[in-house]
Design a protein around this ligand. Structure first.
Ligand code: URA
Length: 235
């Protein structure tokens, strides 16, 4: 890998800024001074230092965010702010993207990574990765709804959903529920409740596969996955 690409990826500035760093003699590979921005290095083996500080190379970044409402789950948007706008520059340099989408008004667990392979695995319908949501529903959610969700409901476009597990937490004019689905159709949870004559008025994702939202994270906050969380996610 070219040294300028590596340092730029690791947040040492643009390619031009990195070129200047190299020219100034700030960068060493082992004992050797590197001045040429086109020099190749092996990021896994070579010991690279900038002004004597070790560059700890990582290729991928895995971030757990508590998505706030009002943000789009995308890397860019012409009108609205995106979840990437909530990241620090040192994380943005890795070009992370959200794994799947939460609606603009949905809150909760969102994984952002630049690891396309892992994202693909988590999103593949074949893998049936479970996602649990907490929701407030306008209307009295019934035991019959539990059965209907288990059997699969027909959405307004004719699609029949895969079995979903519905738990009623409180029943009333406004009911509180948790639902686990293994698919990720557009507006899926909202449309499933529509099909049984009810409306989702608040939605928050709690889990995705083995990953559970860290309750310490306030809306809009994020952190890197722990080694344990990362390990489980890969299984
Ligand atoms: N289902 C929805 O309706 N919206 C979301 O954001 C996620 C799941």
């Amino acid at each position: 890998m070219r040294i300028d690409k590596l340092l730029s990826n690791m947040g040492y500035g643009s390619r031009k800024e990195v070129k200047n760093l190299l020219k100034k003699g700030a960068v060493r590979k082992g004992d050797e001074l590197i001045k040429n921005s086109q020099s190749h290095v092996d990021p896994k083996q070579d010991i690279i230092k900038v002004y004597g500080e070790l560059v700890e190379y990582k290729e991928y970044v895995y971030l757990m965010m508590n998505k706030p409402p009002g943000y789009i789950s995308a890397t860019e948007d012409a009108r609205d702010q995106t979840v990437v706008d909530l990241l620090e520059p040192e994380d943005v340099v890795f070009d992370p993207f959200p794994v799947g989408r939460l609606d603009k008004d949905t809150e909760g667990l969102l994984l952002l990574t630049n690891d396309g392979k892992l994202a693909h695995q988590l999103l593949s319908p074949k893998k049936k990765v479970g996602k649990t949501y907490y929701a407030k529903i306008s209307g009295r959610v019934s035991n019959e709804d539990i059965i209907l969700f288990e059997q699969g409901v027909t959405l307004e476009d004719g699609y029949v959903t895969k079995p979903a597990e519905l738990k009623i937490l409180t029943r009333g004019e406004i009911s509180e529920i948790e639902v686990t689905i293994t698919e990720g159709k557009f507006h899926q949870v909202k449309r499933m409740f529509q099909s049984v004559g009810k409306e989702v008025i608040y939605l928050k994702r709690l889990t995705m596969g083995s990953l559970t939202l860290d309750t310490e994270l306030q809306l809009g906050e994020y952190r890197e996955l722990s080694d344990e969380e990362y390990g489980k996610l890969r299984q």
